[in-house]
Design a protein around this ligand. Structure first.
Ligand code: TXA
Ligand code: MG
Length: 344
């Protein structure tokens, strides 16, 4: 199959993409978070193609993308008031809500769960494609399973050339890490994955939030978890990633002590002068965390090279969007963190 690429600026993109979705083909869609590998979320035939192209385990459910907030009433049931409050506050935007699923959604989309993740993405063209197709678009991040997510059309082409009918090129993704996922099916709202909508923002609307264990720790493969995707290896380049925490100076001392030829350093722009002899790669500015979230996956992809030994990574501290960056980097590092203040 030839994979076409159309820009969001081309006048026929919406019509072409919607037609492919309606005929159960695969279309990579731009969103504000990451690119999605999209197909008709109500068609078992179409959804099966996503799992094949991505190499995704069948027990990992997909998020349904809707054109407008009120469409959740078509695909979910028993919708709590909190869902409407969150949609009012954050949609279109980088938030996915897990809600009880409506019987019209096939089991392959939800991996047989009684719930479904729904999200209204903040990309006009993508929402218009969904509206014109008349069906929700099921879309995981458009990377090959286990690899860093795709934040440009070039990343998608790299992973899926010849496997998709169309890539809609909307330029680099603004947020750069996947949506925040909040589960609203229990007595208390539960954060399953941090993202562009911060825990602080969720608490301001919900008044309460439990942070799922999968956010903060490595999950065993056999453990029963709320978000099945959390137990799989994620975001990892081929080399080992080690996060080095601590002050700028102590971290640089630690890294220089351990650095060997073929290793790399993933750091903040402000730190580049400290690592001029260690082939440093900056993924954004520590002073502006949104540049770190926007640049993280492109940097991890650049470091996905079998010739690299160890990647020593610097991670932003604190809450807000930094919390999501920490989560992705820790997963890429399989939670290997050294504290340069105490370890030599
Ligand atoms: O920003 C995003 O959310 C991107 C863009 C394309 O929208 N999508 C995305 O999809 O990150 P994916 O499949 O890569 O990650 C979705 C995560 C998986 O970990 C999956 O297990 C979890 O959401 N998930 C999906 N449906 C769920 C459900 N009903 N209950 C719990 N977790 C669910
Ligand atoms: Mg993903």
């Amino acid at each position: 199959m030839q994979t076409r690429i159309l820009s969001t600026k081309d006048s026929n993109t919406i019509a072409v993409a919607a037609e492919i979705i309606k005929s159960n083909g695969l279309v990579a869609i731009p969103t504000e978070t990451v690119y999605g590998l999209g197909a008709n979320g109500l068609s078992e035939e179409a959804v099966a193609k996503i799992f094949v192209a991505k190499g995704r385990p069948q027990d990992n459910p997909l998020i349904l993308h809707v054109a407008q907030p009120r469409d959740i009433e078509r695909f979910c049931r028993d919708i709590p008031k909190a869902a409407y409050a969150l949609a009012d506050a954050f949609w279109p935007g980088p938030l996915t809500m897990v809600l009880p699923v409506h019987p019209c959604v096939p089991k392959c989309t939800t991996a047989g769960l009684p719930t479904v993740g729904v999200r209204c993405p903040d990309n006009d063209v993508t929402r218009q494609i969904i509206a014109l197709a008349g069906v929700p678009i099921a879309a995981p991040s458009a990377n090959i399973s286990g690899k860093p997510s795709t934040t440009t059309a070039e990343h998608v082409l790299h992973d899926h050339d010849g496997k998709l009918d169309l890539i809609v090129d909307g330029g680099p993704c603004r947020v750069g890490v996947e949506s925040t996922i909040v589960d609203l099916t229990e007595a208390r709202p539960r954060l399953l994955r941090p993202g562009g909508i911060t825990p602080e923002q969720l608490i301001a609307v919900l008044g309460d939030l439990v942070v799922d264990k999968a956010v903060t720790a490595q999950i065993d493969k056999d453990e029963v978890v709320k978000a099945p995707g959390m137990k799989y290896k994620h975001y990892a380049p081929q080399s080992d990633v080690i996060i080095v925490s601590g002050s700028r100076e102590k971290a640089a001392e630690y890294i220089h002590r351990h650095y060997k030829e073929n290793d790399r350093v993933l750091c903040f722009e402000e730190e580049l002068p400290l690592y001029s002899d260690c082939k440093p790669l900056a993924y954004g500015r520590e002073g502006d965390v949104s540049t770190l979230s926007a640049g993280l996956f492109a940097a991890l992809r650049e470091l996905d090279d079998p010739g690299i030994g160890i990647v020593y990574a610097r991670c932003p501290e604190g809450g807000g969007v930094a919390y999501a960056v920490q989560n992705r980097l820790k997963k890429a590092a399989a939670f290997r963190i050294v504290n340069a203040e105490v370890e030599v």
